[in-house]
Design a protein around this ligand. Structure first.
Ligand code: ADE
Length: 238
């Protein structure tokens, strides 16, 4: 998979992709990540990437032209109808569809080229959305100062699901959300730490009992912290 990130702060990404699973995936050629400075596509002498909003109001809006030029440079067109199959242009913004594990999975399985646009300021000229963007994604109901952390979150969630990126296939299958529930608790050695004991059932080697316990605990956690996942309010499991 190829990932191109468009940002006005390319330095933000200098090291984040150089650890753990993402680093391994890069070294193995599973993913190729390139970060581009939107400013380099600005045409005026001050290389402005933002301007005042029409209609007045606070803050600045990211200009359409540098983003259009960047997309044309990367994809050869600024018409989303003409993108190659498997190409997604994703705008990270608090107005987007909430990021879900199912979306990360779908992208990992079906896409081969992502362009992530990191919005800043009060927003991005809507013509970017109307013409270039295939998906607008939010990573939660809070406002960040820019889409950069969101682009990192989305990339991580997708890359770890790419075939062969995780050490073992089953580790992704057992993730929180992949079965509509939060993950169950985990323990490792020692069996007793400062008087706190690992639940007996995990030590007895009875796999059927262990699976039952894990499912019950996953349900318990989900009921406590994310009851919406059980009622289907969020569309995960009806
Ligand atoms: N940019 C600012 N806030 C954001 C959010 N919650 N998700 C994605 N991008 C953002």
């Amino acid at each position: 998979m190829k990932i191109d990130v468009l940002t006005i702060f390319p330095e933000f990404f200098e090291q984040v992709f150089d650890f753990g699973i993402i680093r391994r995936a890069k070294l193995a050629g599973i993913v190729d990540i390139n970060v581009h400075d939107i400013r380099e596509f600005a045409t005026d002498k001050h290389q402005m990437t933002d301007d005042r909003p029409f209609g007045g109001g606070d803050g600045m809006v990211m200009k359409a032209e540098p983003i259009f030029l960047a997309i044309e440079h990367l994809l050869g067109t600024s018409n989303r109808e003409e993108y190659a199959a498997g190409t997604k242009v994703i705008l990270l913004s608090p107005q987007g569809r909430p990021l879900k594990q199912a979306f990360a999975k779908e992208i990992a399985e079906c896409a081969n080229h992502l362009v992530l646009i990191c919005g800043r300021y009060e927003g991005v000229d809507e013509r970017v959305n109307e013409t270039l963007v295939t998906d607008e994604i939010s990573i939660g109901d809070y406002v960040l100062s820019g889409g950069e952390p969101a682009a990192i979150v989305l990339s991580d969630a997708i890359i770890r699901l790419l075939p062969e990126a995780l050490g073992s296939e089953t580790s992704a299958e057992n993730d929180s959300f992949s079965n509509g529930l939060l993950d169950c608790p985990h323990y490792t050695r020692p069996a007793e730490f400062r008087g706190m004991k690992v639940p007996e059932v995990l030590l007895n080697g009875n796999h059927a009992e262990i699976e039952k316990w894990r499912h019950e605990k996953a349900l318990e956690k989900t009921r406590k912290f994310r009851p919406d996942l059980l009622t289907g309010e969020n569309g995960e499991c009806e």
